[in-house]
Design a protein around this ligand. Structure first.
Ligand SMILES: Nc1ncnc2c1ncn2[C@@H]1O[C@H](COP(=O)(O)OP(=O)(O)OP(=O)(O)O)[C@@H](O)[C@H]1O
Ligand SMILES: [Mg+2]
Length: 232
């Protein structure tokens, strides 16, 4: 039986959790992301750094199967996310990844509690209300558990989105600027929580940020540079 500290999925594969092979992405004929070969091993929490426009969100969208790279392959847990049909990508994402979008994308019609419940139902096939209440408490939103996303402040929404990503105990937590709207105390609290949940469940973190307050917590970095502007 699974408990709160049991990983959603045990990684039996010997290979890296995320692997880019010859990966790059063009938009309108211009290269916006140049990764090449890169690997993220289980437990090797990594930071994705780079100035605005350097391709952080594009890379996250490729890792999570929301964007198809124009060149190369992206594998998650040994499966070629970039080569799967849409339904296969959705399944691999649900089974493996907890995602914090830069734009949050909480479901507007659902309360904070029900946003977490839906994520749990989709990823795990069941809902654990006690675990949801505990996670909402850990992000400091117990008093807003019944609120709809539009009733939350930006920082409260960010904390709800982090809670939603962690409640499924994913093997891979991918977060796009998860602390951008948070004050110092809440930024520290959220990054502590992400590391704590990762340690308890065996999850691996991949976090895009500009936020110098959290950068020092990560041993591994993937630095993106903005590609040179296309010559006129
Ligand atoms: N849907 C799109 N259509 C065309 N170009 C896009 C699209 N989305 C992003 N781009 C371009 O791709 C490049 C990389 O964008 P991306 O959003 O990945 O950067 P980012 O590093 O996440 O930036 P930020 O720190 O501002 O969030 C930018 O030049 C951007 O203008
Ligand atoms: Mg971005």
């Amino acid at each position: 039986m699974s408990g709160p500290d049991t990983p959603n999925h045990v990684n039996n594969a010997a290979g890296p959790l995320v692997e880019a092979r010859g990966l790059s992405h063009d938009r309108s004929g211009q290269c916006v992301l140049q990764i090449g070969d890169w690997q993220l091993n289980s437990g090797a929490h990594a930071l994705l750094l780079g100035p605005s426009g350097s391709g952080k969100t594009s890379f996250i969208n490729i890792v999570t199967g929301l964007l198809t790279p124009t060149h190369g392959d992206l594998l998650v847990a040994g499966e070629a996310m970039s080569a799967l049909p849409p339904a296969g990508r959705d399944g691999l994402r649900r089974r493996t990844i907890g995602l914090v979008f830069q734009t949050l994308r909480l479901i507007p019609a659902l309360s904070v509690t029900d946003n977490l419940a839906l994520a749990q139902q989709l990823a795990l096939g069941s809902v654990d209300r006690a675990a949801i209440a505990q996670m909402i408490d850990r992000v400091g939103l117990s008093h807003r558990a019944a609120a709809r996303p539009r009733q939350l402040s930006q920082g409260e929404g960010q904390r709800a989105a982090i809670a939603r990503a962690l409640i499924t105990r994913p093997r891979l937590v991918v977060a796009d600027e998860p602390t951008s709207a948070l004050d110092d105390a809440n930024a520290a609290r959220m990054i502590d929580l992400m590391f704590e949940v990762a340690a308890a469940t065996g999850a691996t973190l991949l976090v895009a940020t500009h936020d110098g307050r959290i950068a020092e917590r990560f041993a591994n970095r993937l630095d993106l540079v903005a590609p040179p502007a296309k010559a006129a």
